[in-house]
Design a binder for this molecule. Structure first.
Ligand SMILES: Nc1ncnc2c1ncn2[C@@H]1O[C@H](COP(=O)(O)OP(=O)(O)O)[C@@H](O)[C@H]1O
Ligand SMILES: [Mg+2]
Length: 296
């Protein structure tokens, strides 16, 4: 199996990118694959979730150090309790890197070139957690990846801002990374007992069919997500019997047959999505407003 690089992306924050990356990485190990997780978000939530933030920073084992100093892979990887999951930690240095390199021609190629000059072939899958912005870090992730996956919540306007992201991806596909392939959506924090969520899914399925977009997985809403970060272990390992853990394993199984590294000669049109259809937005109209309500 060739190494396949998947970016987990959505320019909206708080839609389950990090939870999907961390548990997705653990799920791939559960189905027998060797995984490298690269945390390309300077908030380093994936790194914190795995309990590596402090140690990795102290030892200079971070993505920013790798890229700024061109350090070799074995100098920047952090190991985990599972020999099949390694991590390159995120830290605030990524913010500095993105500011410093912004005017460098070719800066978007930095991660790709770094990966190409290191022996990544021992990994079957590399998952890149991204941060919610279309800046240089996003460009680096999308230029280095073979595939991307877009997590979203069941909410009123799930495609909000995705128009810009798809536009940016179209540009990258025209130049730096022609083979970049959209795997599809993952619906996260889904509550099957919630009638609005159920209706949302049914309408979204119709919409996605029409636009030839795949829904690759439905990840249930689970209180265990919040508490698991204190365990410093992905739920998939700490609570494998929970429905959320099983849904991540199912997602990994669904994606595994797709993983072929670069798909030479196969290009894909980026979805021409402009906005969330009205009838999906309207679904949430009746919901009680629970935030920022001013009482007169
Ligand atoms: N399946 C889920 N069930 C319950 N809470 C979730 C789930 N997925 C994510 N969350 C919570 O939603 C918030 C945002 O998730 P996160 O993965 O950090 O999003 P992002 O990386 O896109 O900003 C976090 O507080 C996380 O704990
Ligand atoms: Mg995140």
């Amino acid at each position: 199996m060739k190494t396949s690089i998947i970016a987990i992306t959505n320019q909206k924050g708080g839609v389950g990118k990090t939870a999907t990356t961390v548990n997705g990485a653990a799920a791939f190990t559960e189905i027998g694959l060797k995984v490298l997780l690269i945390d390309l978000d300077y908030q380093a939530n994936a790194t914190s979730y795995l309990g590596l933030k402090h140690k990795a920073k102290q030892k200079g084992r971070t993505a920013s150090q790798a890229l700024l100093k061109d350090l070799p892979l074995d100098r920047v990887v952090s190991t985990t309790s599972n020999p099949n999951l390694d991590v390159i930690a995120g830290d605030m240095g990524l913010s500095k890197l993105s500011r410093e390199k912004i005017l460098d021609p070719g800066a978007a190629m930095l991660l790709k070139q770094w990966l190409e000059s290191n022996s990544i072939s021992k990994y079957d899958i590399i998952l890149i957690d991204t941060h919610p912005s279309l800046d240089l870090l996003f460009q680096m992730a999308m230029t280095a990846s073979h595939y991307y996956l877009v997590p979203m919540f069941a909410e009123a306007d799930p495609f909000d801002g995705l128009e810009y992201m798809f536009n940016e991806i179209s540009q990258i596909k025209m130049g730096l990374n022609k083979q970049l392939f959209f795997l599809g959506l993952v619906i996260t924090k889904f509550d099957k007992a919630n009638a609005t969520h159920k209706k949302f899914l049914s309408l979204l399925e119709d919409f996605c069919k029409e636009h030839k977009i795949k829904i690759r997985g439905i990840i249930p809403d689970s209180k265990a997500v919040a508490s698991s970060s204190s365990l410093q272990k992905p739920l998939v390992w700490s609570n494998p019997k929970l429905p959320i853990a099983k849904s991540h394993i199912q997602l990994a199984r669904e994606l595994k047959p797709e993983m072929k590294g670069v798909r030479m000669g196969r290009t894909q049109k980026t979805p021409a999505i402009v906005e969330t259809p009205e009838h999906i937005v309207a679904l949430f109209d009746e919901e009680p407003v629970s935030r920022n309500v001013e009482v007169f």
